[in-house]
Structure formats: structure tokens, C-alpha cells
Design a protein around this ligand. Structure first.
Ligand SMILES: CC[C@H](C(=O)O)C(=O)SCCNC(=O)CCNC(=O)[C@H](O)C(C)(C)COP(=O)(O)OP(=O)(O)OC[C@H]1O[C@@H](n2cnc3c(N)ncnc32)[C@H](O)[C@@H]1OP(=O)(O)O
Length: 334
């Protein structure tokens, strides 16, 4: 049993699902958590809650930004969750513009991330583009209309927030890169844990050619993925990263097999990606989700805090169903 001390209304709600003890309204609530909540709840460290990256103090007014972005319609961001496998597929869907993100799609992306944050049985996520190509970044029509500094900052904070929350989901995520991942599309791919590329695909940080640097968090994530020198080469040279280069510098984690689209089978790459991901998502959801949480905290936090976060997550699986089941058998790791 663990003890949770919460101060916000939302925390009260989370605790309220299992607690037998709640205190007076508007006062600190001390709730005794059962195993169930410990296993299924979000990590209690503030960095991995459903909290936003920015606050009003940074000029971040999400509802105002959503309204502004919705003025640029087109396309969709689709989410399919599979209860039986614990896999979800997020599809950036705007094929007539090579899956560029309209403003409305940015808002939809954030909504889909919110849905995934609440999906407690999920284990894996595939992020892909519709019709055989990944994503060509921001819709240039929206970019042109929002090219003043104030709107740029708003869009930047909104997308950084959405993609950071996507990266922090307790799901093992993979970007399935077919065709092109350009500009904001290349940034989206870095918000996933892994990147799989089809043989003819290209990831390109084209920002330099647009007189820009990444603004959706892509530079910070790229440096962590490939190191500062490769990151500088990719950004400074706007290099085209094909699968061979991607594998060599550690941006790509695998290359899928040739041939599927010519056979008229558009779903083949997705099936390959599902198969690839399944090796990391086999097993109980609480264990897979815990693994992702300790990796997220290790990735983002200073060591002392990461160790404390790891201890918390460890507490959610120690003595849990999967752990006790494993201990009950004769264990041999061959
Ligand atoms: C840079 C920062 C910013 C961010 O991080 O937020 C961005 O992402 S800005 C956007 C960066 N991306 C681009 O600049 C992509 C520009 N487009 C291309 O290079 C090409 O269109 C390409 C390579 C994606 C596809 O070339 P292809 O010859 O195969 O097809 P088309 O050029 O005929 O494209 C089909 C159709 O899609 C439209 N399109 C493509 N990308 C975008 C986009 N990002 N925004 C709006 N529209 C886009 C293209 O204009 C064509 O439309 P059509 O009406 O047929 O002319």
C-alpha cells in the first residue's frame, strides 16, 4: 500500500476512484491507495503527469490557441485503439497535402494525445501518415497566415506541448516513416521512442531552407537521439536522411522490407511495424507501461530525481500480479 498526498481537484478525482478515505473539501487530501491505483495511475511526479509544458506565465493560453488554429481547417488525425493487443495507430491524414498539419489537425493531435493519456490498457503506439507518406510538416498555407512572431510562438508552444505529452505516454511508440518526413514531420518522428523507415523513405529537417530551426521540440530531441554533431549536420545541412544514414547515426531503428506498395498492399508496412513493435509490447500492460515510465524519467530527469521516479514505478510492479505469477513458477531465463 502507498500513500498519496494530493492537493489538486484532479488528483482528488484520481484518488477518489479507489480511496476509502477523503478529507474535507478544499483541503489537502490524504488517500491510501490500493494496488490497483498504484498499477494503473499515472506516475505522481509532476513531470510525467498530464500537465502542460507551458503555463499562463509563459503566455500559454491553450483554448485561445486552439481557437486560432481551428481557423485553418483540413485533414484529420485518426486514432484507432485495439483493446485486444494494446496497440494504437495514430494516422496523420491529409493526403492531398502530403499529410501536412493544418491548424485543425494540430488541435486534433492534442486531443488524440489526451485520449491516449486516458487509455490505461495501452502498451504500444504506431504513428504514421496516410497514403504511403509520413508528413510534410506544417501546412504552408497556415504557416503563411500565421507568420507573425506572436502566432509563431503560440503554435510553437502548443506543438511542443502536444509532442512532449506524446513522447511521455506510457506506451512504446514507433514512427512508421514511409515516403517523406519533412520539417514538422521530421520533428513528429523524433517524439516517438523508435523510428522504422521503409526502403525509399527520407527524413529531412528542411527548416534551414525555410529560414527556420525546429520549433516543435525536434532539435532538443534530435540531439538526444543522435548527439550534437550529427544533429548539427542534419540541421545545418538540411541533409536527406535515407534508411542507411538513419541506421548509421542512430536516427532509424529498423528498415522495413521492400515491395509492399507495388503489390497494391498499402497495409503491409503497417503490419510489419506492428510485428516489429510486438516484441516490446508482449506481456502485461502494467509491466510494459512501467518500463516506458522508467525510461522516460531516465531520459528526462537528473539522476537523483530519475532514481526516485524509478523507485515509485518499481513500487507499482513489485508484488504485483505479474511479479507474483513469475515468482510462483520455476524461473529460468534461457
Ligand atoms: C519548417 C518549419 C515548419 C514546422 O516545423 O512547423 C514546417 O514544417 S514548414 C513545412 C515544411 N515542409 C515543406 O516545405 C514541404 C514542401 N513540399 C514539398 O517539398 C513537396 O510538396 C513534397 C516533397 C512534400 C512532395 O513533392 P511531390 O512532388 O511528391 O508532390 P507535390 O509537390 O505535388 O505535393 C502534392 C501536394 O501537396 C502539397 N503540399 C505538400 N507539402 C505541403 C505543405 N507542407 N503544406 C501545404 N501543402 C503541401 C503541394 O503543394 C501539392 O499541392 P498542389 O495543390 O497539388 O500544388
Amino acid at each position: 500500500m502507498g500513500v498519496c498526498i494530493s492537493t489538486t481537484q484532479r488528483d482528488m478525482l484520481w484518488c477518489g476512484t479507489v480511496t476509502q478515505q477523503t478529507a474535507h473539501k478544499n483541503t489537502m487530501v490524504i488517500c491510501v491507495l490500493g494496488r490497483y491505483l498504484l498499477k494503473s495511475s499515472l506516475c505522481s511526479r509532476s513531470w510525467c503527469r498530464k500537465s502542460s509544458l507551458y503555463s499562463a506565465g509563459h503566455g500559454f493560453q491553450p483554448e485561445e490557441i486552439r481557437e486560432k488554429l481551428r481557423a485553418y481547417p483540413g485533414g484529420a488525425v485518426d486514432l484507432l485503439t485495439q483493446g485486444d493487443t494494446g496497440l494504437a495507430v495514430l494516422t496523420v491524414n491529409n493526403p492531398s497535402r502530403m499529410n501536412a498539419f493544418s491548424g485543425a489537425m494540430m488541435v486534433e493531435l492534442e486531443e488524440r494525445v489526451s485520449q491516449l493519456e486516458s487509455w490505461t490498457q495501452g502498451k504500444g503506439l504506431i504513428v504514421r501518415g496516410a497514403a504511403g507518406t509520413f508528413c510534410s510538416g506544417s501546412d504552408l498555407n497556415a504557416v503563411r497566415a500565421m507568420s507573425n512572431p506572436q502566432d509563431g510562438m503560440k503554435m510553437c508552444m502548443f506543438m511542443q506541448d502536444a509532442l512532449t505529452r506524446l513522447q511521455r505516454l506510457p506506451l512504446v511508440s514507433v514512427a512508421l516513416v514511409e515516403g517523406r518526413a519533412l520539417g514538422g514531420g521530421s520533428e513528429l518522428s523524433t517524439a516517438c521512442d523508435f523510428r522504422l523507415m521503409t526502403p525509399d523513405s527520407v527524413i529531412q529537417f528542411v527548416h534551414k531552407h525555410m529560414g527556420l530551426v525546429p520549433g516543435w521540440g525536434g532539435a532538443a530531441r534530435l540531439v538526444r537521439l543522435v548527439g550534437d554533431r550529427h544533429a548539427l549536420r542534419l540541421l545545418g545541412g538540411a541533409l536527406k536522411v535515407d534508411p542507411e544514414l538513419g541506421l548509421r547515426i542512430g536516427l532509424a531503428d529498423g528498415v522495413l522490407e521492400e515491395g509492399a506498395p507495388q503489390d497494391g498492399d498499402e497495409g503491409a508496412a503497417l503490419r510489419q511495424a506492428e510485428e516489429w513493435l510486438s516484441r516490446y509490447t508482449k506481456g502485461p500492460a502494467e509491466v510494459i507501461r512501467a518500463a516506458k515510465r522508467v525510461v522516460s524519467s531516465g531520459r528526462e530527469l537528473p539522476l537523483t530525481e530519475a532514481l526516485r521516479a524509478e523507485k515509485e514505478v518499481f513500487g507499482t510492479v513489485w508484488g504485483g500480479e505479474a511479479n507474483l505469477g513469475a515468482l510462483a513458477g520455476k524461473t529460468k531465463h534461457k
